[in-house]
Design a binder for this molecule. Structure first.
Ligand code: ZN
Length: 324
């Protein structure tokens, strides 16, 4: 496609960038620096970059998602290892700041991975299996996708997951799209916005039957037409998939190998923000791919997205839980 521009953002090169979320009121890109156990906030208009380190006493190894809390200014939900936590992060905090998180929910799973809120403000967050120290030897089919409701209860929605990723909803709120990276597919469910129930899982795009080589599906988002934009770990690209046919209808190449996730942002939601990671690259590749681990802004795609949903809790419950 002509007119597409890929720009690397001047933010620190991370080991593993993930979970991008455009925070409209601040005109800022939120994302996580997974193994640095930090949340980042990049104000695109001023270039200011804030890093919030999560201090859980060294228990967890990763921070994998961040979403703002609706009605609670400067509060966020973050995942810390196998817990979902709340943190208070002020714009007036120093650019390098550390906070002790308040635990909202704990699972018995290994640790959380990607998560997002549905149109009703429920937080859907999935887990992934334990790995060895090298990040290999993943334990398969022992993780789940959970949904945290406004009353802060956690409900299991999908079982037997290996690496929970993806997740987005169609603009008409009738479909939920999901990725278990180890299943190498983009899946669709029928979604009931009123109750949050999902059913009728089906494979929309099977990576192993689609000429995608060693690409691994990771994070994804939806545009206003309902098309899916999927980050391809190992694949140096984001692909666009038509949900009606499962066909790949567009592709954006990135100067980074392990592309991890995507979100729409910018004043009119026409910029696709893309995170990536340096993990699992051999030293030669790190030399050859200077933009590895970079965060990118892609413009000129000829489409746009919608505002991402924040977590919408019962505010009295939330305040009590975090000790306010
Ligand atoms: Zn991911």
């Amino acid at each position: 496609m002509s007119g597409v521009k890929v720009e690397q953002l001047p933010v620190p090169c991370l080991y593993l960038g993930e979970g991008p979320h455009w925070q409209e009121d601040l005109e800022a890109l939120l994302y996580v620096d997974v193994f640095n156990k930090a949340v980042c906030r990049y104000f695109v208009n001023t270039g200011r970059h804030q890093v919030l380190h999560i201090d859980d006493g060294g228990k967890a190894k990763s921070v994998t998602l961040v979403v703002p809390v609706e009605g609670m200014k400067e509060w966020y939900v973050v995942s810390v290892g196998n817990t979902l936590c709340a943190v208070h992060w002020k714009v007036s905090d120093p650019d390098d700041h550390t906070v002790v998180p308040k635990v909202l929910q704990v699972t018995t799973d290994s640790h959380f991975n990607d998560g997002k809120c549905d149109p009703q403000g429920r937080l859907w967050a999935g887990t992934m299996g334990p790995q060895d120290e090298k990040g290999e030897l993943l334990k398969m089919n022992v993780s789940s996708l959970y949904r945290m409701h406004s009353d802060l209860t956690l409900k299991k929605c999908v079982e037997k997951v290996s690496v929970s990723n993806g997740l987005t909803w169609s603009p008409d709120k009738k479909h939920f799209y999901y990725i278990d990276s180890e299943a190498f597919s983009v899946d669709a469910f029928a979604y009931d916005d009123l109750t949050g129930q999902i059913k009728n899982r089906r494979v929309l795009l099977d990576y192993k039957k689609s000429n995608l080589g060693d690409d691994i599906p990771d994070g994804m988002t939806c545009d206003v037409s309902g098309n899916l934009w999927v980050a391809n770990f190992k694949g140096s690209k984001v692909i666009c998939v038509a949900p009606e046919t499962g066909q790949i209808i567009d592709q954006v190449n990135l100067p980074s190998k392990n592309v991890t996730s995507v979100c729409w942002g910018g004043p009119d939601y026409s910029t696709l923000y893309v995170t990536s990671g340096k993990m699992r690259l051999i030293p030669e590749e790190v030399k050859e791919i200077p933009a590895a681990g970079g965060t990118f802004a892609v413009t000129g795609l000829g489409t746009k997205g919608q505002a991402a949903n924040a977590f919408r809790p019962d505010l009295n419950l939330f305040r009590t839980k975090v000790g306010l």
